[in-house]
Design a protein around this ligand. Structure first.
Ligand SMILES: Nc1ncnc2c1ncn2[C@@H]1O[C@H](COP(=O)(O)OP(=O)(O)O)[C@@H](O)[C@H]1O
Ligand SMILES: [Mg+2]
Length: 236
């Protein structure tokens, strides 16, 4: 088991956001987490990467307990989060942003050429624009850069928080195509998405989160046929 979240509960001050959440990601999987706005999807990803610490439950990554560790200890273990706001450094070039992705493993003198080749193969657009400042990229290109920077950290598990948000339909399908390509390179993915239908099309397994609780778990096929999912998330 790559990631195992066991009975995690999280509170922001007096407000509880996650209630006894359990979920798993096995090696090679693309697991998608669906849920309405405010359900707690981002809270789960941020808790996994150590930005918040649960008041109950455990999180295991690659056989190690991580729920009490800070982010800078967790990322080098092979876990990366591409946040919803993308978090690119606007005043740095594309190349410099990609370099930032390597700080978790890179030591003096180490080459990053092979890592760059890998992300440029996934995102040829970034190669063309590597000397451009990040603020000047389009929304779709910034999403590519954020994802590419995540890959530069050499994650075993890449967590993507709503990668298709705010993108034009053509770019949305490209995001999902890229997700499948990343999976093929051997990286597992935990994907949070509003676009339930497309997420279920690339996923190996899925969870539905409702007001901080896991309400459903199943194969994409099961969830695509589930009446509740159809009504609430597929706009059937
Ligand atoms: N840093 C925070 N401080 C206080 N409340 C927060 C914080 N982040 C999220 N919340 C609250 O936790 C709940 C879940 O939020 P979030 O995880 O962002 O949901 P989602 O990603 O599914 O939209 C919401 O009620 C939100 O207002
Ligand atoms: Mg969110």
């Amino acid at each position: 088991m790559l990631l195992s979240v066991n009975g995690v509960s999280l509170a922001y001050g007096a407000a509880q956001a996650l209630f006894d959440v359990s979920l798993k990601v096995e090696e090679g999987e693309v697991v998608t987490l669906l849920g309405a706005n405010g359900a707690g999807k981002s809270s789960i990803l941020k808790t996994v990467v150590g930005m918040y610490h649960p008041f109950a439950g455990t999180i295991e990554f690659n056989g190690q307990r991580i729920e009490a560790l800070p982010t800078d200890r967790i990322v080098p273990m092979g876990l990366a989060l591409v946040p919803e706001d993308r978090g690119v450094f606007p005043g740095l070039t594309v190349f410099e942003n990609l370099q930032m992705g390597t700080v978790s493993w890179r030591r003096r003198g180490m080459k990053i050429d092979a890592d760059l080749d890998k992300v440029f193969a996934l995102f040829p657009r970034l190669k063309e624009r590597q000397n451009q400042l990040a603020w000047s990229l389009s929304g779709g290109e910034q999403q590519m850069l954020a994802t590419a920077r995540g890959i530069m950290s050499r994650p075993k598990l890449l967590m993507l928080d709503e990668p298709s948000i705010g993108l034009a339909p053509l770019l949305v399908s490209q995001v999902f195509k890229t997700i499948s390509e990343i999976q093929k390179t051997g990286t597992s993915i935990l994907l949070v998405e509003q676009n339930a239908r497309m997420a279920l099309n690339v996923a190996t397994r899925a969870y539905v989160l409702e007001t901080g609780k896991i309400a459903l778990e199943g194969s994409p096929k099961e969830l695509l046929q589930n009446e509740k999912v159809k009504n609430a998330y597929l706009g059937a």
